[in-house]
Design a protein around this ligand. Sequence first.
Ligand SMILES: N[C@@H](CCOP(=O)(O)O)C(=O)O
Length: 409
Amino acid sequence: MKLVCVDCSAELSWRESHTACSCGGRLEVIQDLKMLDGERLKTVFQERLAERMSVYASGVWRYKELILPGVPEEHIVTKYEGNTGLYTSEPIRSQLGIRALYFKAQSENPSGSFKDNGMTAAVSHGRFLGYKHFACTSTGNTSSSLAMYAAWGGCSSQVFVPSRSVSVNKVLQTLAYGAKVIRFDGTYDDGIRFLEQHGEELGLYVCNSVNPFRIEGQKSIIYEIAQYLNWELPDWIVIPGGALSNVSALGKGLEDLKNLGMITKLPRIALIQAEGASPFHRMMADGQDELIPQPNPATKASALNIGNPPSWKIARRVLRQCQGITCSVNDEEIMVSKKMIDQSGIGCEPASAATLAGLRKLMDDRIIDKDERALCILTGNLLKDTDILAETTDDMVYSDLTIESLRDL
Ligand SMILES: N[C@@H](CCOP(=O)(O)O)C(=O)O
């Protein structure tokens, strides 16, 4: 296993912590898959579904051969993350009129978001290297996930949180796990820049998705989906896009499965951004060569409030490999879809609902066909943002506890 720069192809050791190459390019973990037998792995992964208290009971470490095989078990910090629900909702499916529709509820992870899949890998790698102090910048999900794993692994966490447009619940959750929360005037993008420049000098192991081991852990989301669906993926995987770690990770996971012969066909990826924070979609739609950062990203889907996604080059490569497309949806469309997901009984935070909003738009535009099968990745839990719930849910009903009043109601 080694780290390879996506820009200059320089190779670095995986036994060190890096968030970028000296040329500034992003790094990826490259594993030698040649020694692995895809069919044999399917059997091993299936047998591990019966595990209970071992690291292999985790929906990430079940796939350890494909995720940091070199990190010994005793360094793994796990809360049995993954193992999240894969749901169909007949009312939503029939409303859309699509052949099949699935929701992968990463919101059911222990800290309530998909970040746990990657964070268990990053914190385990950091601990393996001997780090005790972990850091990230965050709109809230990454920070609560890091705070939880750092505490669970007996380490400290310092998180840098923008002072505006961040859900208070997520910050409180982060504090509750014992993290030191440093608020600053600026955006997630400013926080990333700062940590990339100074993280090492401060002795911090940086756990944002610029850390390639985060991506390795997040790949497990697509492994789990493939395994649950008997290694036959739907035609479309619909993913919300902010920092673009999810699309990078799922794309890398798909490539692994294809190279190992564990799936025969790559699904197409639809990457959905919020209109107020959609620099990647604009680049793709306008056919630009470079991403033009958006200085003041603004969407009610606060987890998507990112104007300069660090992994855009990897995300673009993934979309090209998967015949992917991008689309943007406005906050109103996101909230309408959120209500549908909430009232189906699955529930999600606003950023996750961008997927359903995007799917509906792409079906209206006849890019996704009714005869196809789609799967939406839901990234965060409904309770992650109660300010939005207070704004958007129907009022409560007050009544006297008398049979007459209640019969009228
Ligand atoms: N929405 C994210 C922002 C992206 O974080 P990263 O971990 O992918 O760098 C958050 O929860 O902070």
